[in-house]
Design a protein around this ligand. Structure first.
Ligand SMILES: [Zn+2]
Length: 175
């Protein structure tokens, strides 16, 4: 999977904006461009993005999957905005996730994962409701020149991708 530069620039700016509106500026944020869709995907669900983070050393890596590019090609920018915002909102839940993720019994694991997901999405919705209706558009992200109305040349700062994460990092998976 080769991700188009225009898409990558869009997602980068979106991620930085989401880091700002969720007040997580202290995190060193990177984006990893996954070559394949999440192997856990099935006919009922696709993973658009996921996040791994370490709240001690303050880094976060958002993994982007080909399913997110499909949304982009379909023109579903609102959906992409919500997906990336959702991932940054996982950082609010992270302390609870870290405390209990490895201690919940297997019978409770689905309930625990569902609760983490549910609360993350509620926070995401609460923030989303307070943002302008067009906050996720290329123009609002400064990616379009106001004169032409077409996407201009993008000079987004390069974000390094990481192929592996420290073993003690909390893996926050989402769907
Ligand atoms: Zn999630």
């Amino acid at each position: 999977m080769i991700y188009p530069e225009e898409f990558k620039a869009y997602v980068r700016e979106l991620a930085f904006k989401c880091r700002y509106v969720t007040n997580h500026d202290e995190y060193d944020l990177k984006i990893k461009w996954e070559p394949d869709n999440d192997p856990r995907d099935n006919s009922h669900s696709s993973t658009f993005a996921s996040i791994k983070a370490d709240s001690v050393y303050l880094w976060a890596t958002i993994s982007v999957y080909p399913a997110l590019l499909e949304k982009y090609e379909e023109g579903d920018l609102r959906g992409i905005g919500e997906s990336i915002l959702h991932e940054l909102c996982h950082l609010f839940i992270e302390p609870v996730d870290l405390l209990y993720r490895w201690d919940v019994s297997s019978s409770q694991r689905n309930y625990f994962n569902d609760t983490v997901e549910r609360q993350t999405e509620r926070i995401c919705k609460a923030i989303h409701m307070r943002l302008p209706d067009d906050w996720f558009t290329p123009k609002a992200l400064g990616l379009e020149s106001s004169a032409s109305g077409h996407p201009g040349t993008i000079e987004a700062s390069e974000i390094k991708t990481t192929s592996s994460a420290p073993e003690n990092a909390l893996a926050l998976q989402s769907r």
